[in-house]
Design a protein around this ligand. Structure first.
Ligand SMILES: [Zn+2]
Ligand SMILES: [Zn+2]
Length: 280
C-alpha cells in the first residue's frame, strides 16, 4: 500500500532489531522501501539489504556531506554498484550548504559527476538539498536540457512521453520551485516534518497536490508526531500519508495509491506480487 521512498536502514540504530523494523513496516502496509546510501560503504550496505529483503531496493551514491571523500575510484565503484538489479537510483546526492561538511565547489563537482553516472545508466537521482535549492535546480536543469533522453519514456498507451528523472527529497522549496522541478521531470518527497505543528510545507503540498508527490520517512531521522524525539522507522510512513490526506482532503488510501504509483514509475519498481510478499 505505501512506499517509503527514503530510509537509511543500514545505520547503527537498527543493528539490534532490523528484522523487527522491517516486519513492522510490512505489517503497517509498507510494500517497498528505498534505501539510499550516503558513502561508498553504506551504498554497499544498502545493496546488501536489498539482496536480503525482497521489499528493499537500494540507491547508491555519495551524500554531499561525504563529497570530499568521493575519489574517482570511489565514483567508479558507485557506477559498478548501480548495475545491480535492485539498485533503482543514484542517491542520495546533492548539495548541503547548511553544514558545509565538504567544500561547496567539491560538492558541486561530485554532484555533477554522479548525475553523469545516472544519465549514462539511465537511472533517476535522489537529491538532497539544504540551503542549496536554487544551485541544485540550476545543475539538474542544465543536465535535463542538454540530455533530453535521460529517463524519458512513454507512460501510456497513447504514447505520451514523460521524464522521471529523480526526486528532491525532504523538500523545503516553494510552489514555484516545485512546478519548475515537475517541468524538468522531477518529483518532490516529504517526510515526518509534515506532521510538525505549523509546518510550512503543508501549504506547499496543498497547492501542488499528489501528482508529483512521494512520501518517505528519512529514517532514522525526521520522526513524525507523536513519536518525535524517538528513532524513526518505515512503518511511520503511514503517519505522513495521513497528514497529507487531511491537508488535501483525500482518503489515506488515495494518497497511498497515488504516491506509490509515482514511486513505482520513478524508480521502475517491479509490480507488487500477491499477498505472499514474504522475504525474510
Ligand atoms: Zn537528505
Ligand atoms: Zn537521507
Amino acid at each position: 500500500m505505501y512506499i517509503d521512498s527514503h530510509a537509511h536502514l543500514f545505520v547503527e540504530e537498527y543493528r539490534a532489531d532490523r528484522d523487527d523494523v522491517i516486519h513492522r513496516a510490512r505489517s503497517a502496509g509498507v510494500d517497498r522501501i528505498v534505501v539510499p546510501g550516503t558513502t561508498l560503504e553504506t551504498s554497499r550496505e544498502a545493496v546488501a539489504l536489498a539482496e536480503q529483503y525482497d521489499l528493499v531496493f537500494a540507491a547508491v551514491g555519495f551524500h554531499p556531506h561525504d563529497a570530499a571523500n568521493a575519489s574517482d575510484e570511489g565514483l567508479s565503484e558507485i557506477e559498478e554498484l548501480s548495475a545491480h538489479e535492485k539498485v533503482v537510483a543514484i542517491g542520495e546526492i546533492g548539495l548541503d550548504f547548511h553544514y558545509d561538511f565538504s567544500p561547496r565547489d567539491v560538492q558541486q563537482q561530485v554532484f555533477e559527476k554522479q548525475i553523469a553516472i545516472a544519465v549514462r545508466r539511465d537511472l533517476p537521482i535522489i537529491v538532497h538539498t539544504r540551503e542549496s535549492i536554487l544551485e541544485a535546480m540550476l545543475i539538474v536543469g542544465q543536465v535535463a536540457l542538454s540530455t533530453p533522453k535521460w529517463k524519458k519514456r512513454s507512460a501510456s498507451a497513447a504514447g505520451d512521453l514523460v521524464a522521471t528523472r529523480g526526486v528532491f527529497h525532504c523538500f523545503s522549496g516553494d510552489t514555484e520551485q516545485c512546478k519548475r522541478l515537475f517541468e524538468l521531470g522531477f518529483f518532490v518527497s516529504y517526510p515526518g516534518i509534515v506532521t510538525f505543528k505549523n509546518s510550512p510545507v503543508i501549504e506547499t503540498i496543498k497547492s501542488i497536490g499528489v501528482r508529483n508527490l512521494l512520501i518517505e520517512t528519512d529514517s532514522p531521522y525526521m520522526t513524525p508526531v507523536p513519536f518525535r524525539g524517538k528513532r524513526n522507522e518505515p512503518a511511520h510512513v503511514r503517519l505522513v500519508a495521513e497528514t497529507i490526506s487531511e491537508a488535501l482532503e483525500l482518503s489515506v488510501t488515495e494518497v497511498a495509491v497515488r504516491t506509490s504509483a509515482n514511486a513505482t514509475l520513478l524508480f521502475d519498481l517491479p509490480e507488487i506480487r500477491g499477498s505472499n510478499n514474504g522475504g525474510e
